[in-house]
Write a protein that binds this ligand. Sequence first.
Ligand code: NAD
Ligand code: G6P
Ligand code: MN
Length: 441
Amino acid sequence: MKKFSVVIAGGGSTFTPGIVMMMLDNIERFPMRELVLYDNDGDRQAVLGEALEILLKEQAPDLKFSYTTDPEEAFMDKDFCMAHIRVGKYEMREKDEKIPLRHGVIGQETCGPGGIAYGMRSITGMLEIIDHMETYSPDCWMLNYSNPAAIVAEACRVLRPNSKVLNICDMPVGTLRRMSQIIGKDPQDLEVRYFGLNHFGWWTSVKDKEGHEYIDQIREYVAENGYLTQIEVDTQHMDQSWQETHKKAKDLLAVNPRYLPNTYLKYYLYPDYEVAHSDRNYTRANEVMNGREKEVFTAARNIIEKGTAVDGGFHIDSHASFIVDLARAIAFNTHERMLMIVENNGAIANFPDDAMVEVPCIVGNDGPEPLAQGKIPAFEQSLMFQQVTVEKLVVEAYVEQSYQKLWQALTLSKTVPSAKVAKDILDDLIAANKAYWPELH
Ligand code: NAD
Ligand code: G6P
Ligand code: MN
């Protein structure tokens, strides 16, 4: 079987050790000959790199491993780039969350003004790594889960239309695991229909391979409990604040009982509730810095100090195995059915062709083929149209360096109450993002 050469862009990510462990766990399904970590923050990456070098020597001595900040070394001779960069790191996530909250607006990583600010930063970083990939390995595929995926995907559509970049999100994967537990099934045995944008969509069907429909049974459960389940199957979304989010799906379903909602809709449908339940001085960025980031980097330092990863603190991120499924779909033409963020082109019949939407796709060696989801109702369609226009305006603002368009983007976001508040937030975001955003005129 062919063995693949892989680069992880954003090697210093809190997710890198879990994903490397997951790839090791799946090495028979997806054989690797080389694995390189790439990051533009050498010091941050070196902590994880050094620890993983120790671990891989013990667990996979035949796998060639290195970590580097040199694009040529990183991207030369690669088949796949797994990308999870965070331009501006946690320092900027904290600002994305706290600045809007100061103005009484939700502060969130990918939704509302925070997501817009992050998008304006991410586009530059994404273009940089796409260009490195294409310079050194023109046939390489990028499997991207860097956020905000909706804006990143739209930027790729506009600015790198022929690049082999696949944008994917783990939220539907995590929530499907919860649904599978609700109905006592294996997630592998379920097939869904779904439409929306990234972090903004609905399941319209959840069936097993025999064609039995479970949506009514799941709806009944969600109407009572949201997606909170007894045994935790969705290992990434476990902190208390995530539990609140799973629970809140109950209220999302109440307003629109027809379909099963993506949990991120809470920021658009209940922004007042979310603001009232946020701590302006301690947001999710603080939780992650004091939680996942600390745990992962402490575990790495322990491994380095002891010189062994036996009984070390890195854990397999089994929920991320969809990344291997996606790589296999491309590498082995498996025709796996997965939700992907793709150009609509008729998949949602009554939605613009040039919108980046999230729908089920069949993925083979040419990439994803979207499955037609038909026409959608006016409620969802209008919400989506508003949101996709925000995303398009952000990319236009980036390209044209237009203050006006970014102001419009913020004004149009359902999370922002007025053009005045939008402008106040925008001016604060510009000041905070000086080192990252293109200058706006
Ligand atoms: P993190 O800050 O721990 O790691 C990101 C790394 O990217 C940092 O080491 C940083 O130095 C590096 N980086 C930043 N800009 C770069 C550039 N231009 N080139 C190379 N490296 C660069 O962040 P994290 O919390 O581990 O998250 C990583 C990313 O994964 C984020 O974008 C996050 O939103 C995303 N994510 C996406 C999903 C999904 O479902 N799509 C799920 C989880 C996380
Ligand atoms: C989900 C989303 C990701 C997002 C992550 C944030 O997995 O799909 O797009 O990055 O949550 O999680 P965190 O634990 O960093 O708040
Ligand atoms: Mn996501």
